[in-house]
Design a protein around this ligand. Structure first.
Ligand code: FES
Length: 101
């Protein structure tokens, strides 16, 4: 997990690797603006194919953040990433920063 500035606020974001690609989202559910991890840093459901919100169980596709079940009200907010030479960077307004996960 890492911090990003979103809408003027410092928020937690998370990155996951799914089917070989890395994806990152704001750690904020689209149902209610609550952090989603059911245990610190754990976002996948038991199948390993969907991101699940710990509060009310909304399910999201890890590749694009689209809600596919439960009370979510739209997709997760995606964080733009770049992966180069085994390193993953998220794009801040001013520079690339490495992501550790
Ligand atoms: S806050 Fe995530 S499903 Fe309700």
């Amino acid at each position: 997990m890492f911090d990003v500035v979103y809408d003027g606020q410092t928020c937690t974001a998370f990155a996951v690797r799914y089917q070989g690609a890395v994806h990152a989202y704001l750690n904020r559910c689209s149902h209610v603006a609550m952090e989603m991890d059911w245990r610190a840093g754990h976002f996948f459901d038991l199948t390993g194919h969907y991101l699940v919100c710990a509060s009310h169980g909304a399910l999201f596709r890890p590749g694009d953040g689209v809600c596919i079940g439960g009370p979510g009200r739209g997709p997760l907010i995606k964080i733009q990433l770049q992966e180069r030479d085994g390193w993953v960077f998220w794009q801040s307004q001013y520079r690339l920063r490495p992501v550790a996960f």
